[in-house]
Design a protein around this ligand. Structure first.
Ligand code: HGY
Ligand code: MN
Ligand code: MN
Length: 414
């Protein structure tokens, strides 16, 4: 219900609904014995102490921001499962041989400023300060938005988390794909997170009167963009990935290329569009394939521009290479699933997650939860409480395995 829009769920970075959500989550954290603080970019972080001082820390959590017209589970599910695990420990008055921190990240989707992972980049200490001057669609700079939210854009590095005490980061997230449902599995373990390029492309032609400029004399920016958008779709279809049905369905999305946002200027029905700006999202398991596809699309845009006398700009916004999850944590999560008598399925993530930044700070792992028809970034996103309960049980089993490791490795008590 915490949304910028009355008729759908949209919760962008550093907006009032994010303030409401941070307040509610902070209360829930405090109610289960956690110390809570908000860092300089607006991440809300709770800490549940260990059974002894100077213990290591397991970092859990996910993001609390959303895309536009979002589903309820992409992001918040990971924070809620982590809080549920702490709540159950607290109810049993149980402490583990390691502390648990739960992070509700301030921005993973990048909806407001196009640059994703702002929250986890601050925790990892890897946020590029140059982007603080970027402005949103209302002309508000990121630095100003952070200040208005109550953060401190001039001291983001002070919110970098030390990593010498970290056991790793483990995120629970809906799969946002059809594989677990097709295999009739409640949970799966992520092997790797696909590489991802975010680019802004602009087409500048000549605005003109829709009634007087003959068609051959036009430099219509929207027609050029439309030709490019279909070229993007053709490129994506050139390597659709493997959908094998031998024995079991495994979906390895090959190349995916998407134009999700388009702005048309001046945007009047009787004016030939003079300028179009669009977003380009290209992903692939293999980084070289992804980068080649981006190069080919840039060449295509230039060719269209030359043929139509349209000026093109090509601005890479963000590059994330493929991120393999940490084998040891994959093994522990798999063992936890096995001990609960579920089959283990290890699968790649076509979606990006905060692990792609936190891997620069510590070990990372992800537990996927089945979601209905694989739908996500859509209000129809759905999970079953039974599958969420299974995810909580797997995480508790995972804690037990980590605890056993901790006590095995603990320095001999005298
Ligand atoms: O775009 C993504 O993959 C993620 O939802 N930010
Ligand atoms: Mn997400
Ligand atoms: Mn998402």
């Amino acid at each position: 219900k915490y949304s910028e829009e009355s008729d759908r769920l949209t919760r962008r970075f550093a907006t009032p609904p994010m303030r409401q959500v941070n307040q509610v989550v902070a209360e829930w954290m405090r109610s289960v014995g956690m110390a809570v603080h908000e860092d300089n970019i607006g991440n809300i972080i709770g800490r549940y102490e260990a059974d002894h001082d100077n213990a290591r820390t397991l970092l859990l959590g996910s993001h609390l921001d959303t895309v536009r017209d979002a589903g309820k589970y992409d992001g918040p599910l990971g924070v809620m499962v982590a809080l549920a695990c702490v709540e159950r420990l607290y109810a049993r008055q149980q402490r583990l041989p390691f502390a648990i921190e739960v992070a509700g990240f301030a921005d993973e989707e990048g909806l407001r400023y196009h640059s994703a992972y702002l929250g986890s980049n601050v925790v990892a200490g890897t946020l590029n300060p140059e982007i603080l001057s970027w402005t949103d669609s209302d002309g508000i700079s990121m630095a100003e938005a952070i200040r208005t939210f109550g953060g401190d854009p001039d001291h983001l590095l002070a919110s970098k988390r030390r990593n010498d005490d970290l056991l790793g980061y483990c995120e629970v997230h809906i799969e946002q794909g059809p594989v677990l449902e097709s295999l009739n599995l409640p949970v799966g373990v992520v092997s790797a997170i696909t590489g991802h390029s975010r680019i802004i492309v602009s087409f500048t032609g000549m605005a003109g009167h829709a009634g007087t400029v003959p068609m051959p004399l036009r430099r219509d920016a929207l027609c050029a963009a439309a030709e490019f958008i279909l070229a993007v779709e053709r490129m994506g279809r050139s390597e659709p990935g493997l959908i094998t049905t031998v024995g079991q369905v495994t979906v390895e999305p090959g190349l995916v290329a998407t134009v999700g946002q388009v702005t048309v200027e001046p945007g009047a029905s009787n004016v030939i569009p003079g300028k179009v700006v669009l977003s380009l999202d290209v992903r692939h398991q293999d980084d070289a394939t992804r980068l080649l596809a981006c190069q080919q699309l840039q060449a295509q845009a230039r060719k269209i521009g030359t043929a139509r006398q349209i000026a093109i700009t090509w601005q890479p916004v963000q590059e994330n290479g493929m991120v393999p999850c940490t084998p040891h944590l994959i093994q522990l999560l798999s063992q936890a699933i096995e001990q609960l008598r579920y089959p283990i399925h290890i699968l790649p993530s076509g979606a990006g997650h905060d692990s792609v930044t936190l891997v620069k700070l510590t070990n990372v792992a992800m537990l996927f939860v089945r979601c209905q028809n694989g739908i996500s970034h859509n209000p129809a996103e759905a999970v079953t409480s039974k599958d969420v309960a299974t995810a909580i049980q797997v995480m508790e089993q995972f804690f037990t395995l980590l605890a056993q490791e901790q006590s095995k490795n603990a320095p001999e008590t005298i």
